[in-house]
Design a protein around this ligand. Sequence first.
Ligand SMILES: Cc1cc2nc3c(=O)[nH]c(=O)nc-3n(C[C@H](O)[C@H](O)[C@H](O)COP(=O)(O)O)c2cc1C
Length: 250
Amino acid sequence: MNAKSGHLPLPALPEIDVEEFRKVVRSRRSVRRFTDEPIPDAVLADCLELATLAPNSSNLQPWEFYVVRTPELRARLAEACLGQNAATTAPVLIAIVARPDTWRKHARLALEDWPKDEKLPSIVEKYYKKIAPIHYNQGPCGLLGVAKKTAGLALGLARPVPRGPYSVNEMKVWATKSTALAAENLILALRAHGFDSCPMEGFDECRVRRLLKLPRKGLVTMVLAAGRRAENGVYNRQYRFDRKNLIRYL
Ligand SMILES: Cc1cc2nc3c(=O)[nH]c(=O)nc-3n(C[C@H](O)[C@H](O)[C@H](O)COP(=O)(O)O)c2cc1C
């Protein structure tokens, strides 16, 4: 610990070859047909662990991954994914679920999991004990959210203030943002291991929920089909719009 700054010494940064990263990103495609080859357990576990290292709001990790490999359940889930080729051919389907409702439990966990041999910084303790319970709590029928929004509107006339999340719906967006980042980590990790995937939002959410017995407030952000790319797995050339329509330097 550096006595002056209070910061822990961090491990030296590794050398990184940007070309290796570029290969991962550039070779990733949404793959719609997979071979029968299973993804080894260790590879899948590594990819899921890398997924959970995604940046996420307040480190509250508002996500869950439901990994489906058994043929019978997979076939039923593929059907709920509207029988898409990616779903029917993939050896693994992963429902990536956002949890707008786990913040309270996770705020507690963040404090409990703090390494016993390190002093808990008071700012961290204050954040999870005092600030998060106000910031993320919308109260009964969302009334606290309405009160926070009103206070924010008044205070915001004079100075910058947080503008949400102020409702149950905004909490859904809040959880989905972080969960989508974890999904991208998972997709890129699979590619780095030589496997491929297809994120799908084309599914019957009611059926997926019922089938996987998902928690009531969980939101299926995507179902990810994953496996080894088949020769005819990519349907067309990758294209993107002209960057000048999409990127603004200010
Ligand atoms: C949130 C999301 C939902 C998607 N849903 C589907 C889907 O249901 N079925 C499908 O075949 N592809 C789906 N895709 C894949 C997109 O069609 C694909 O990413 C896009 O066409 C660009 O192609 P590329 O991924 O090969 O670069 C989805 C992608 C995202 C990010």
